[in-house]
Design a binder for this molecule. Structure first.
Ligand code: SAM
Length: 319
């Protein structure tokens, strides 16, 4: 169950100042560093990022073309990702976009693929794939070799997934209309498994301010139950020695550290591996202590990392 904390004068005044339900701010005070800095940052539109599609162009060629049009771009910690500081037209309205030379993708979202360490010739499962931002990033890191199985149960979202894969020139990927919880029925063991889980999307409030008051504790409960089922399937279909990355765009510990803590207690062959970027994951929440290795998971915050909110865990199946 989602933990609810008592209101305080601070949570009430911050909730009033920034227009949130106070239960949500009381929770943020438990797990977000510098809450006032965070709430202030969520008031402005997030930094826009593009990921260069190296299946079709190079970073230098794309940057030259966009700069000639008046774009101002900046390097980030991921070589393929550029921050857009100024653009004379919407990012989805350039010829380069239509030609598939780039994908509009937050830096935090790219961190999940960075953590999965995909390589040429691998067999990869993307358990919750639409609209394909991470699938297509993996395909380009794999240089269109090996094979990706991309699962997505929503027919409507499959349309955007296949459209994006076509636009970006991805041809190592099969799309299946399927519930990720049924992955075992494929009868395949994968080198890499990505579970970019459906979540309550707490991390994207800056893009969708209605979530300041529409978000409910029940949403967290519903999502965390679905995530528990999906992560169990992910572990079962990974090869010994293989990697699983679990990610969400939520800050809620019930959808993140608590989900991972339960799974590492359920299976005795999992190691949580550290990652280079991001803040360490929580090892305690609401009086519950997690396995100390949960500090190897990573949290990304808008006011700290200039990304939308993101959580990433990297799990290795021991041989
Ligand atoms: N990975 C995608 C990307 O980077 O573009 C974003 C994935 S989004 C966070 C989560 C997706 O999971 C949604 O498209 C949703 O329709 C899908 N989904 C919901 N329930 C699912 C299930 N049981 N199995 C697999 N995918 C599911």
């Amino acid at each position: 169950m989602a933990r609810i904390f008592p209101e305080s004068s601070r949570s009430v005044s911050l909730a009033k100042k920034y227009g949130y339900d106070s239960w949500l701010v009381s929770r943020f005070l438990e797990y977000v560093p510098d809450v006032e800095g965070f709430l202030g940052k969520m008031e402005s539109p997030p930094t826009r990022y593009i990921r260069v599609n190296t299946l079709k162009t190079s970073k230098e060629a794309l940057a030259d073309r966009l700069r000639l049009k008046g774009f101002r771009l900046q390097e980030t910690v991921i070589p393929e990702v550029l921050a857009v500081k100024e653009s004379p037209l919407p990012l989805g309205a350039t010829n380069e976009y239509l030609l598939g030379h780039y994908y509009i993708q937050d830096l935090g979202s790219c961190m999940a693929v960075e953590a999965l360490d995909v390589g040429e010739g691998q067999l990869v499962l993307d358990m919750a794939a639409a609209p394909g931002g991470k699938t297509s990033f993996m395909a380009q890191r794999m240089k269109n070799t090996g094979a990706i199985m991309a699962l997505e149960p929503s027919e409507r979202r499959i349309k955007s997934l296949t459209f994006n894969l076509n636009r970006l020139g991805v041809y190592n990927t099969s799309v299946c209309a399927m519930d990720g919880g049924m992955s075992e029925s494929l009868g395949i063991k994968f080198d890499r498994v990505l579970l970019d889980a459906p979540c309550s999307c707490e991390g994207v409030i800056a893009k969708d301010p209605t979530r300041k008051t529409d978000h409910r504790p029940e949403d967290i409960d519903y999502c965390s139950q679905r995530q528990a089922r999906l992560i169990e399937s992910a572990i079962k279909v990974a090869k010994p020695g293989g990697l699983i990355v679990y990610s969400t765009c939520s800050f809620a510990p019930e959808e993140n550290e608590m989900t991972i803590d339960k799974i590492i207690r359920m299976f005795d062959n999992l190691t949580l591996e550290p990652m280079k970027h991001g803040n360490e994951g929580l090892t305690m929440f609401g009086g519950t202590e997690f396995d100390p290795s949960l500090s190897n998971t990573r949290r990304f915050y808008p006011h700290v990392h200039d990304t939308t909110g993101f959580f990433v865990a990297r799990l290795r199946i021991r041989n």
